[in-house]
Design a protein around this ligand. Sequence first.
Ligand code: ZN
Length: 502
Amino acid sequence: MPNAYEKLVTELREIALLNSANSVLGWDERTQLPPKGAEHRGNQCSLLARMAHERFTSPKIGDLLGECESQSRGAAPDSDIGATLRETRRDYDRATKLPASLVEEMTKTAVLAQAAWGEARAKSDFPMFQPWLSKTLDLKRQEIACINRGGEPYDTLLDEFEPTETAANLRRVFESLRGSLVELIAKIQSSPRKAPVEILHRSFPAAAQEKLAREAASAVGFDFQAGRLDVSLHPFCTDIGPGDVRMTTRYDDHYFGDAFFGVLHETGHALYEQGLPSEKHFGSPLAAAVSLGIHESQSRMWENLIGRSRAFWNHFLPKAKQAFPESLRDVTPDDWYFAINDVRPSLIRTESDETTYNLHILLRFELEMELLNDQLPVADLPDAWNQRMKKYLGVDVPDVSQGCLQDIHWSGGAIGYFPTYTLGNLYAAQFFEQAQKDLGDLDAQLSRGEFAPLLTWLREKIHRHGKRYSAGQLVKNITGKELSAEPLLRHLRNKASELYGV
Ligand code: ZN
């Protein structure tokens, strides 16, 4: 007779199988599906999602969970059982505290609000989107009232993406980051040195880009026997299940950066998924990623801390020159390194560089919190946005399509999501500093194309634990310190001093 815990784990595994079937359909939808099949695919996906949700929120799960909890009182919180029950309880409470009518209203509103956002952005017409943003915020306030994890209202929303994180802690870290970044970027702007970015916009045939990107993904440790790389309009990485992690990219024949760094980014996500103990614990929190911020720390580490380092290109520039002999013949290692680390304030978050990126996020974090707390009327959002863009990045926003309507997130109800991007950068820098201490001369290893020691370190310190520890605990366990802006600032200042002489 299986005991309650075994029964619970079996249930979770079967629910995860339903969700992973949905993930295959989702991957197919974004890479293969002919346009006329979209409606049928929507029906398939929503049925599977409903089946998984009904199964997870059924009283059966609640009963099993309650039984397991009373049987395992005293289990260490980071033991297999302790962590599994803690995280399943979190998810179960979140999923069952929202009334079905509110969930339905939110789903419906998200679809309509996204459509309105798309049109408003195309026409650069904020009033067209304004009532939908108001309604979305209203529904979010209802969601907070139902779930109420305590603390500030924003904490409850944050909790969905970055469990246990708080607005107060983010303010502490983000405020020290903001002042220093504004100062650093102003200094860089005043430097007479400019990056030779033209070299990234030469001719780079897609087929050769794909070959090089695959070579890079393999070199850093992506297992193509347990994953794929395909093409999609918007790059993503999806974990289908044990032995099957898929990522995508897109190629532009006249720009090197998009595909190569995009693939390194998705490879970072994929390496995390391939490193989770899903053979053993599929469906359990022990085989799930800690948080969006920790996930993003893995992608940003490979994309930026490694992929934009001099050491990485000591190894890879000769390979890039072989792939693009015409376009890269005259390019020196110094020019290449400067070009891929260009810092330039701009309007669009997704096109911004490693240094200015975080100010785009900080601005969104501040504004969404003020909107939620009724400190900023929705009608005043465009002005507040534009003023802060001027103050932080020194740029003038010509219209709302390049201002507060540029991202899809808010229209889909993702409020409390943006901070996870900057958290990713902060975690990545803090982990990377520790890896440099632990692994000896990491730069020399990267210059020789030896990525295995670093990947092994990440597997050991982060990947294999699944959700056993919260993000905050993980940072403390690995680095011995609380999350801090200093490692990221040190990294960005070092680069700025090397490249811009500031
Ligand atoms: Zn990412």
